[in-house]
Design a protein around this ligand. Structure first.
Ligand SMILES: CC(C)(COP(=O)(O)OP(=O)(O)OC[C@H]1O[C@@H](n2cnc3c(N)ncnc32)[C@H](O)[C@@H]1OP(=O)(O)O)[C@@H](O)C(=O)NCCC(=O)NCCS
Length: 323
């Protein structure tokens, strides 16, 4: 059986989209689910860093997955990482080792191409991936409590983010990421891809279902703090955020401004994955939970590159970086 790279569109991909739609539609219609995939592939980052592979048995595709070409900073060194997503075997082919064989071939190919780690977010019990030497990495999903100032929100300019803010955001993320033992390297195109993906999902979904806020605070025409937040069903998920100030005080101020603009009676539930180095004085992290998706990592050259034991505090990984 051979591992093949699928074209970005065509009958094979349509079939996979038909099969995976009931599981991963995220509230989209089938047509919108297809457009969501095609549009991601057409972004400048997606074109060069994202594809779909399948295990072919004769004329049949017996398992398929998405591949992401990522870069992580692990203990100070940038490593090329194969991100694996949407592992799927059609029901008729399940239980015959198709997914395992496809994953094994994906890992071998990646190692031969110079990747140093493989990563995935498991939606199933991790045992299946542990058998392939993936190790769960601890992550915490926090609820954020924001001090509401009696005298009203701080006097700071908070505006919508724009494309010209992206270089400053990449710089902020690089500085913050360097303080963690594991972080994802966020190039400008990668940041644009993340924003486009969230906006596409909101725009292709039912009106009023999901909204994306991209906000920036600037000084001297430079972004000094920012956040990207998805608003859905009374919950704000902080997808990514940054602050040039090590304490994160400006980001805390932005959250206060956002809350003061919130017209509803019931305050939103605010959640996010949050790097340990970022502790805005206005924000209290509470109600820690293990995310639904289990982050798993596997060194590809297993003996020469042992996986360092990591605690949740060692990791700077935003919810928006889940794939
Ligand atoms: C999970 C999935 C990809 C496995 O495909 P497959 O080709 O049947 O897998 P294999 O034959 O190589 O391996 C079967 C193993 O998968 C495990 N598995 C299947 N579904 C599972 C689940 N929901 N939770 C945990 N393990 C599961 C089985 O326990 C089996 O392990 P075992 O042989 O030790 O008992 C397939 O069931 C599927 O497409 N499921 C729906 C999509 C999905 O959940 N994908 C995973 C996203 S992280």
């Amino acid at each position: 059986m051979a591992l093949i790279v699928l074209p970005s569109s065509g009958p094979e991909v349509e079939r996979i989209l038909d099969d995976t739609f009931p599981l991963w539609h995220d509230g989209l219609t089938r047509a919108a689910y297809g457009r969501f995939w095609t549009a991601q592939m057409r972004t400048p980052w997606g074109t060069g860093h994202l594809d779909r592979v399948a295990l072919q048995d004769g004329r049949h595709l017996v398992s398929s997955a998405k591949r992401y070409d990522l870069a992580y900073r692990v203990d100070g060194r940038i490593r090329r990482v194969l991100g694996i997503g949407a592992v799927f075997t059609p029901p008729a082919y399940r239980g015959r080792g198709a997914a395992r064989q496809m994953l094994t071939q994906m890992l071998e190919t990646a190692e031969a191409e110079g990747y140093e780690y493989a990563a995935l977010f498991s939606e199933i019990a991790p045992r299946f991936y542990e058998q392939l030497d993936f190790v769960p990495v601890p992550m915490i999903d926090w609820r954020l409590e924001i001090d509401r100032k009696d005298g009203g929100p701080p006097a700071m300019l908070v505006r919508s983010g724009e494309d010209r803010d992206v270089p400053g955001i990449a710089e902020m993320q690089a500085t913050r990421g360097a303080t963690a033992r594991l972080s994802i390297e966020r190039s400008e195109d990668y940041i644009r891809y993340g924003l486009a993906k969230k906006r596409l999902l909101a725009g292709l979904g039912a009106p009023g279902g999901r909204a994306v806020e991209f906000l920036v605070s600037e000084e001297g025409h430079q972004p000094v703090a920012y956040l990207v937040c998805v608003v859905q069903d009374g919950t704000w998920t902080i997808e990514e955020a940054g602050d040039r100030d090590p304490s994160g005080a400006r980001l805390g101020g932005m959250l206060q401004v956002m809350l003061s603009r919130h017209p509803g009676e019931t305050p939103p539930v605010i959640r996010g994955w949050w790097p340990a180095s970022l502790r805005p004085p206005q924000v209290r992290l509470c109600d820690p939970r293990q995310p639904d998706e289990i982050f798993m990592l596997r060194p590809l050259k297993d003996r020469s590159l042992p996986l360092p034991p990591l605690s949740a505090d060692d990791i700077a990984y935003w919810h928006g970086d889940v794939f």
